[in-house]
Design a protein around this ligand. Structure first.
Ligand SMILES: Cc1ncc(COP(=O)(O)O)c(C=O)c1O
Length: 408
């Protein structure tokens, strides 16, 4: 008989053999304390930690405005949505949230999904059904959810070198002029912290008659005068045909969405399996996200504080000779270049200093570029930064990891 046990064990061993086995940090978040949290070790003992790798970029996951909205909505509407969107699950706060999101991105309509992953996967698959013969041009560093959606649809696809508009243009030029085309890319790439050339990509899309699909998951709430993302910052909201975002990072709750022309949203709403056949988000989540978005729109000083913290941490690492990778965004990646060292430094930061930063290894990043990825928020204090920089400095010496050459 088939040995199921052995098959699962082999699967785990394979991951371990490739250095990809993940150990999750067991964290108890404490309301009002972010970025502090309580970690439970494997033996059950607890440790106070400062989290340096959260995607709750602005601490909105614990903001009183969001919590109050969620608690009020639980009291008013209960726990679950009670159905799919079509069958009794279109709750008032979901409808209001979609309207708010659409206007934020200056689009006619928006559509909620249960996560940003599902939004990407479902939309990109569905576009291929709606647009027969569609050719998709996808940045080589696009997120797994975009890749899954593009692959699932089975259409012709071309991968262009990351942020390489010459390569993109060559691929576009080689495709039939009258074929439907879609350029799928991200604004902020969250592992390197670089930002795509939106204006250049939009210009190419116009020249070759392609649609643009932009993932602003790591930018929404964080860039632009009202936080609508890099497209807003660059004055290019109109040049993006479909924008996709999460409610789970800067907005601090959970869920995902797209925003676009009403006809596009209507078509995706009508065709996307991952939208149609699933229970809709609980009203408390959509109410919390709505309160969060309204707050973020009105508080640009949060975005200023966020950028200041990132710039300060980069400068402090550079001054200490810690090899910060080139990043033009709020992401602060530190190069280690070896999976064993990366894991070791991360373990020592955690156990010896109460500093939690997850090691980033292959396949999330290419082999040989393993790194630590810090995401300072406005809630990370100078004192926390002092502790971090001192600990990193000591570990860099202890582990004999390369420093920035120019700095003593
Ligand atoms: C670029 C990008 N797109 C989409 C997602 C998925 O969003 P969500 O976490 O809401 O599923 C992520 C990560 O979570 C991401 O990094």
């Amino acid at each position: 008989m088939f040995d199921y046990q052995a098959a699962f064990e082999t699967a785990v061993e394979q991951v371990k053999g490739e250095g990809r086995y993940r150990v999750f940090a067991d964290l108890k978040r404490v309301r009002g304390q972010f970025p502090k949290a309580i970690r439970r070790r494997a033996d059950g003992s607890e440790q106070d930690v400062v989290v340096w790798c959260s995607n709750d970029y602005l601490g909105m996951g614990q903001h009183p405005v969001v919590l109050d909205a969620m608690k009020d909505e639980v009291d008013a509407a209960g726990a679950g949505a009670g159905g799919t969107r079509n069958i009794s699950g279109t709750t008032r706060s979901a409808v209001d949230l979609e309207a708010e999101l659409a206007s934020w991105h200056r689009k006619e309509a928006a559509l909620l999904f249960t996560s940003g992953y599902v939004a990407n996967e479902a939309t990109l698959t569905t576009l291929q059904r709606i647009l027969p013969g569609l050719i998709i041009f996808s940045d080589s560093l696009n997120h797994a959810s975009m890749i899954a959606g593009i692959r699932n649809g089975g259409c012709e696809r071309h991968i262009f070198a990351h942020n390489d508009l010459e390569h993109l243009e060559a691929l576009l030029a080689a495709a039939p002029a009258d074929a439907p085309k879609l350029i799928a890319f991200e604004s902020v790439y969250s592992m390197d912290g670089d930002i795509a050339d939106l204006a250049g990509t939009i210009a190419l899309a116009k020249k070759y008659g392609a649609m643009t699909y932009l993932d602003e998951v790591h930018a929404v709430g964080l860039y632009g005068p009202t936080g609508a993302g890099v497209a807003e910052r660059d004055g290019l909201l109109d040049g993006i045909d479909i924008v996709e975002c999460t409610l789970g990072k800067a907005i601090g709750v959970m869920g995902g969405y797209i925003a676009a022309d009403a006809v596009i949203i209507d078509a995706v709403r009508s065709w996307a399996s991952g939208f149609i056949f699933t229970t809709s988000l609980p009203p408390a989540l959509t109410a919390g996200a709505l309160a969060s978005v309204r707050h973020l729109k009105a508080h640009p000083e949060l975005r200023d504080a966020h950028q200041e913290r990132a710039a300060t941490l980069k400068a402090r690492f550079v001054a200490a000779g810690i090899p910060v990778m080139e990043s033009v965004s709020h992401i602060v990646p530190v190069f280690v270049g070896d999976p064993v060292h990366t894991k070791m430094i991360s373990d020592m930061l955690l156990e010896q200093h109460g500093i939690y930063v997850q090691p980033i290894n292959y396949p999330t990043v290419p082999k040989g570029t393993e790194r630590l990825r810090f995401t300072p928020s406005p809630n990370h204090t100078d004192a926390m930064m002092d502790d971090l920089v001192q600990a990193m400095d000591a570990l860099w010496t202890h582990c004999n990891v390369a420093r920035l050459p120019a700095v003593a």
